[in-house]
Design a protein around this ligand. Structure first.
Ligand code: NAD
Length: 345
């Protein structure tokens, strides 16, 4: 096509009419490809920021990517190389999922996110308890939320770094959000460990096993056996269940993290799926009863501390606590756990 012919061809394309909804000031915008035009339609964008691109942060980002719950997942770490590597690796699979984009995020992105997941900080070395990490990880929480600044009033923060109950309480204090919008992963992982163990023993799907590990996500956690049912039958009535088995299983659930750390250095796949499940409950406003870490206010006699409790989780984070009545022995265990966590606040 000669240049003369080409300009005749271009002149023959009529500009859009003034009252046409695509009538924007520049030809680029008129095509509908400019960010500005797309933003207008993209009011439902769901943005999740994962702070900390270590083992846990990247497992959570990966679980979220394959669960197709977000338009955008930002990964943020002070170690830029690690952050970029994880973004590149997870993004390599984006062609096989519906998630929009996994990208290198900044603390400014976190400020605008619907959900901020915090996994940054030290992890247990073999022999450490989670509570040993309190001092160091409180400092890291402080520096992260100073960098992010004032959070938008609809943001939900999920703390995963340990000791998760201590840090959830701390972040509730240092951010501008209502307490229900700052929750911790609590004993969701411990509870899924229990359900898996019961599933293997009683040969029933873990999805048909209900019941909870409560209290500190740590050595003082306990199985609330009074809550456990298998296919609707209280576990105490299920053939094969004995007090000896209960004791042994409770210890096994508590020991699981230590054993994994001993064998492979850290735990991350289980927590990846546990956190993705919490996030799904929030985004789909499911009102799912989950043992997340939330502030107790005379729940089975305990107040003013965050612990793995039974919370109703939906679009506003923790909507309230489920009024479960623990038995006397379980109440004692909850109080013991609360006293321990309180000594680290
Ligand atoms: P990791 O060492 O692999 O990763 C931690 C990451 O945090 C590192 O990449 C580090 O660069 C980053 N980081 C440190 N300070 C930061 C800051 N100020 N801003 C941004 N990033 C920062 O550790 P991990 O195995 O991923 O574990 C992370 C945390 O999760 C630990 O505290 C661990 O105990 C905890 N954890 C919790 C659960 C649970 O059930 N709640 C389960 C497993 C692990």
């Amino acid at each position: 096509m000669s240049s003369n012919k080409s300009s005749t061809f271009l002149r023959s394309i009529k500009p859009p009419k003034k009252n046409n909804s695509y009538a924007h000031s520049s030809p680029q915008q008129a095509t509908g490809y400019s960010g500005k035009v797309l933003d207008k339609f993209n009011t439902q964008k769901i943005s999740i920021s994962v702070i900390g691109a270590g083992n846990v942060g990247s497992a959570i980002a990966y679980a979220l990517t394959i669960k197709n719950v977000a338009s955008e997942i930002n990964i943020i770490d002070v170690n830029e190389e690690k952050q970029e590597g994880e973004v590149m690796d997870i993004s390599d699979g984006i062609a096989f999922v519906e998630t929009g984009v996994v990208k290198n995020g900044s603390f400014k992105d976190a400020k605008n996110s619907d959900i901020i997941v915090v996994t940054a900080g030290s992890r247990q070395k073999p022999g450490d308890t989670r509570l040993d990490l309190a001092m160091e990880n409180k400092k890291i929480m402080k520096s992260i939320f100073q960098k992010i600044g004032r959070l938008k009033p609809t943001s939900i923060v999920i703390i995963v770094s340990n000791p998760v109950d201590v840090l959830t309480h701390y972040v509730q204090k240092i951010t501008n959000l209502p307490a229900g919008q700052v929750l911790g992963s609590g004993t969701t992982l411990d509870t899924s460990r229990l359900r898996t163990m019961l599933s293997l023993k009683f040969k029933v799907s873990a999805q048909n096993i209900h019941g909870y590990v409560l209290g500190e996500h740590g050595n003082s956690s306990f199985v609330a056996w009074s809550t456990v049912t298998i296919g609707g039958i209280p576990i105490k009535e299920v053939k094969g269940f004995t007090q000896e088995y209960a004791k042994h299983t409770e210890i096994e659930v508590r020991k699981q993290a230590y054993e994994i750390i001993e064998k492979k250095g850290s735990t991350y796949y289980g927590i990846g799926l546990s956190v993705a499940n919490i996030i799904k409950a929030i985004l789909f406003d499911q009102s799912l009863v989950l043992p997340v870490s939330a502030r107790l206010d005379n729940w089975n006699g305990v107040s003013n501390v965050c612990l793995g409790t039974l919370a109703i989780v939906g679009r506003n984070g923790v909507k309230g606590l489920w009024p479960l009545k623990l038995n006397t022995e379980e109440k004692k265990k909850l109080k013991k756990s609360a006293d321990l966590v309180k000594s680290y606040l």
